[in-house]
Ligand binder design. Structure first.
Ligand code: DAK
Length: 260
């Protein structure tokens, strides 16, 4: 399988390793990368032999530094809405609902859509240099790929709200203390540790694993995701969104307007 923005390699007959490969953009997720990830994940899910997928980012700096700001800053609210629908369907909800477990090996920055991808995954491991956050409100928008829902599911409402409204990044140790990642390991050991987790999974029943994932997911209502989507659309249409994303590209502090 040859893609432009991701690398796919089998580490064994059962373990597929997917690397998001846009290092110059810190592996930011543009539309094409989301589509390629979907294709690769869908093939892994349908492949009888593949039992675990490990996802990571290329280079030593970033897992995924978010959705590609330079791409989505120019979308109209209608295009944003369309991207939202396809993003969930192709990647974030898709990963969460896969019967083949997905391990996110967080090897650096996991911000915005990058953290949201890790939150959709079934297991998260982090390297010592990893940094995580949902910086969307600093761009004048809100997390739109499930972050308002899944971060609270993982670490509780209080800490999730604190991270979302301060837009701060937390380091790997804090992420561990919050219960956001299962382990923190030196960067050079991250893949080996992910493979060890994969091997633990391989000892168990694939059918039972699929059913267990579906049962755990069933506990969470979809209503919050619908609300996130609607409010994301509202934020997307504001002047603050234009100002926040333009300021990022111009490498300056944004000058936001008043409360809504
Ligand atoms: N998008 C595009 N380019 C990015 C990027 C991103 N998210 N993050 C980094 N880059 C690019 C930088 O622009 C820079 O490119 P050049 O200027 O060299 O061309 C290159 O990667 C290296 O970045 P820096 O020079 O900034 O590197 P530093 O070490 O100084 O800083 C950093 C690293 C990760 C702290 C910084 O790059 C940073 O703050 N990045 C942005 C983080 C962020 O705000 N991420 C986006 C969060 S918002 C949607 C739903 C959800 C979303 C969108 C749509 N729909 C429902 C439609 C999600 C939105 C987000 O994820």
């Amino acid at each position: 399988m040859i893609y432009d923005n991701i690398l796919v390699k089998d580490l064994s007959d059962e373990i597929r390793y997917i690397t998001i490969n846009r290092p110059k953009q810190l592996n930011a997720l543009n539309k094409q990368t989301i589509e390629e990830l979907h294709d690769a994940l869908d093939k892994a899910e349908k492949d009888e032999k593949i039992r675990v997928v490990i996802i990571t980012g290329s280079g030593q700096k970033a897992f995924v530094a978010g959705a590609d700001i330079k791409e989505f800053m120019h979308f109209t609210p209608e295009e944003g809405q369309a991207l939202s629908e396809t993003g969930h369907r192709l990647l974030f909800d898709f990963v969460e609902q896969m019967q083949t477990p997905v391990i996110a090996a967080i090897n650096g920055y996991a911000l915005g859509g990058g953290l949201e991808l890790a939150l959709s995954s079934h297991i998260r491991l982090a390297s010592e240099n990893a940094r995580m956050g949902l910086p969307e409100v600093s761009l004048g928008v809100i997390p739109g790929y499930g972050g308002t829902q899944r971060l609270a599911q993982h670490i509780g409402k209080g800490r999730a709200l604190e991270m979302i409204i301060t837009a701060r990044q937390i380091d790997a140790q804090t992420a561990y203390d919050y219960g956001l990642v299962s382990e923190v390991v030196p960067q050079e050991k991250l893949l080996d540790r992910a493979v060890e987790y994969a091997q633990m999974i391989l000892r168990n029943s694939p059918q039972a694993i699929g059913l267990a994932i579906a049962a755990v997911n069933a506990a969470y209502s979809r209503e919050g995701f619908r609300t996130e989507n609607e409010l994301f659309g509202r934020a997307f249409a504001t002047e603050d969104f234009k100002e926040g994303t333009t300021a990022f590209v111009e490498r300056r502090k944004p000058d936001f307007g008043k409360k809504g």
